[in-house]
Design a protein around this ligand. Structure first.
Ligand SMILES: Cc1cc2nc3c(=O)[nH]c(=O)nc-3n(C[C@H](O)[C@H](O)[C@H](O)COP(=O)(O)OP(=O)(O)OC[C@H]3O[C@@H](n4cnc5c(N)ncnc54)[C@H](O)[C@@H]3O)c2cc1C
Length: 445
C-alpha cells in the first residue's frame, strides 16, 4: 500500500512536470496504478498494448487493458460468414488468451473518465490511475436507429431480415440468401459514419453472385430475373472515395442493381421497409423478401459524455499524432477516435505504430514526431473469387500498396486480392496483428 502511494505520488509529480493534469487521484484499497491503461482489447487495444510491450520499456503490470468482453472477434470475417465462406466460431478467440501475461487484464467495463486527475472508474466502481491513457473501445451499434429492427433480427426466418454487423446475427445471413428463390432483395447502408463502409455492399455482391450461379439472377436481364436486387444507401454514392466509387457504380449498372441513393432506412414493418429522404422529401416504402440491414453506429455513451469527446462524441485527438488535443497524456486510435478516416482494422495497422512511437517519445520528455497520414483500406468483395482492394489516405487520396510495387490498378477486382481477404488477412490478424507484430502495408514490425 505504501509502495503504491509512493508510486502514485511519483507519477503525479512526473505528470505535473510534463504539463499534464496536476491533481493526484484518491488512492483507496480499490485503486490501482499503471504506467499505461488501455481501454478496449479490440483490434486497436491489443495491437497497441503489445507494440508497447515489445518496445522493452515496460515490466510486469506496467500496462493494463480494460475490457468486459470474454471473446475477441475478427469482425472483418463476418462478411465471409454472411457469404457462407467461414463460420463465426472460427473467427473468434477468448480475449484473455490473446493478452500477454505481462499485461494486467481487467475484465471489466469502463464507466467514467476523470482525465483532469489521471484516473478512470470501472463499472464496479474501482479506480485505475494512469500516467498515460489509450482510449480504444470502438463504436456502438444503434439497433434502435431503425424502428422494428431488433424485433426483426430476433426472428430472422419469419422476418427475412439479417445483418453481418454482429456476432449474434451474422450466421443468419447466408441461410436467408440460400432460402430466397424469388422476390425483392434489398441491401441497406445508413447515412453517417459506420465501420468498414464497404461491407454493406460486399455482402450484396456475394449474394448477387450466389443467385447468378443458382440461375435466379441474370445481370443481363434483371427485369426478367426471379430475384430483383436494390442497394439502398443513405449516402449519395456507392463509396466515399471517387476512384473506387466510379468503378463500383459501373459494376452496379453493369449488373442491373437498382441504386436507391440518399435512402436512409428508418423502419421495418412486416415485409415493408421505409426510408427517409433528405430535404423534407416524403419517405419511401418498399416491399422486400430479403432485407440485409446495417444499423447506424456512433460513439459509446461513456465516451461521448466525457471530457475526452469532440462534438460528434469521438475521442478528440490530433489527426496526425493521435494525441488528445487537450489532455497530453491521453491517446486514441481505432473506431472510437476522431481520426477523420474510414474506420477499419487496416487503419489501425497504420495508426498503432504512430501512437506507440509518439507515446514513448512523450515519456522521454520529447515531442511526438510520428504522423499518421489517414491510411485505411477496404477489400471490397465484388463476387466470389474477386476483390477490389481500395487503399487510401486522408482526403480520399488513393495510396495503393500493390500499385506502387507492381504498377497495377487496384480498382480492378482481382483474384489475388480475394485470397488476401479470405485467407491471408484473417491469418495474419491472429498470428501477428493482435500480438503487435503487423504493420499492414509495412509488413512485419
Ligand atoms: C461486418 C464488418 C466488416 C468489416 N470489414 C472490415 C474489413 O474488411 N477490413 C477492415 O480493415 N476492417 C473491417 N471492419 C472494421 C474493423 O473490424 C474495425 O474497424 C476494428 O475492429 C476497429 O478496432 P477497435 O479496436 O477500434 O474496435 P473493436 O475491435 O470493435 O474493439 C473495441 C473493444 O472495446 C471493448 N469495449 C467496449 N466498451 C467498453 C467499455 N465500456 N470498457 C472497456 N472496453 C470496452 C469491446 O468489448 C471491444 O473488445 C469490419 C467490421 C465489421 C463489423
Amino acid at each position: 500500500m505504501v509502495r503504491s502511494k509512493v508510486a502514485s505520488a511519483a507519477r503525479a509529480a512526473l505528470a505535473t512536470s510534463r504539463g499534464y493534469a496536476t491533481a493526484s487521484s484518491p488512492v483507496s484499497a480499490a485503486s490501482r496504478s499503471h504506467k499505461v491503461v488501455v481501454i478496449g482489447g479490440g483490434t486497436a487495444g491489443l495491437a497497441i498494448s503489445h507494440q508497447l510491450l515489445r518496445s522493452g520499456r515496460f515490466v510486469q503490470d506496467d500496462i493494463a487493458i480494460v475490457d468486459p468482453a470474454l471473446w475477441h472477434n475478427y469482425q472483418p470475417g463476418w462478411t465471409l460468414v454472411g457469404g457462407g465462406l467461414k463460420t463465426r466460431e472460427e473467427l473468434r478467440q477468448p480475449l484473455h488468451g490473446l493478452i500477454d501475461p505481462k499485461l494486467k487484464f481487467y475484465n471489466e467495463s469502463v464507466g467514467t473518465f476523470t482525465p483532469e486527475e489521471n484516473y478512470i472508474t470501472l463499472g464496479n466502481s474501482n479506480k485505475l490511475n494512469y500516467d498515460h491513457l489509450i482510449v480504444a473501445p470502438g463504436v456502438a451499434l444503434d439497433f434502435g436507429s431503425v424502428k422494428g429492427l431488433s424485433e426483426a433480427l430476433a426472428a430472422p426466418e419469419e422476418s427475412a431480415v439479417s445483418t453481418i454487423y454482429s456476432y449474434d446475427t451474422c450466421a443468419n445471413v447466408f441461410p436467408s440468401i440460400e432460402k430466397l428463390k424469388k422476390g425483392n432483395a434489398i441491401f441497406t447502408q445508413p447515412a453517417g459514419v459506420i465501420k468498414c463502409a464497404g461491407a454493406p455492399q460486399k455482402i450484396m455482391w456475394l449474394a448477387l453472385d450466389y443467385w447468378k450461379k443458382a440461375g435466379l439472377y441474370d445481370p443481363t436481364n434483371p427485369a426478367g430475373s426471379a430475384i430483383k436486387i436494390a442497394f439502398a444507401t443513405g449516402t449519395p454514392t456507392m463509396f466515399g472515395v471517387p476512384k473506387y466509387s466510379a468503378k463500383l457504380e459501373e459494376l452496379r449498372k453493369e449488373r442491373g442493381v437498382e441504386g436507391l441513393f440518399t435512402h436512409d432506412l428508418v423502419a421495418i414493418e412486416g415485409k415493408k421497409a421505409t426510408f427517409a429522404r433528405p430535404n423534407g422529401a416524403a419517405n419511401v416504402t418498399r416491399d422486400f423478401d430479403l432485407l440485409h440491414v446495417v444499423p447506424k453506429m456512433g460513439p459509446h455513451a461513456f465516451v461521448k459524455n466525457s471530457a475526452l469527446a469532440n462534438e460528434a462524441g469521438y475521442v478528440d485527438v490530433d489527426d496526425g499524432t493521435t494525441r488528445h488535443k487537450k489532455f497530453g497524456n491521453v491517446w486514441s486510435a481505432g473506431d472510437a477516435s476522431s481520426l477523420p478516416t474510414s474506420k477499419t482494422a487496416a487503419a489501425v495497422t497504420a495508426e498503432a505504430p504512430v501512437l506507440v512511437q509518439n507515446l514513448l517519445r512523450t515519456i522521454d520528455g520529447k515531442e511526438p514526431d510520428a504522423i499518421y497520414d489517414g491510411y485505411t483500406s477496404c477489400p471490397l468483395l465484388t463476387e466470389y473469387g474477386k476483390v477490389l482492394l481500395a487503399e487510401f489516405k486522408y482526403g480520399g487520396v488513393p495510396k495503393e500498396t500493390f500499385g506502387k510495387w507492381f504498377g497495377i490498378d487496384q480498382a480492378i477486382p482481382r483474384k489475388e486480392f480475394y485470397h488476401l481477404k479470405k485467407t491471408f488477412f484473417p491469418w495474419v490478424y491472429y498470428q501477428a496483428m493482435v500480438k503487435g507484430n503487423w504493420g499492414g502495408p509495412k509488413g512485419w514490425l
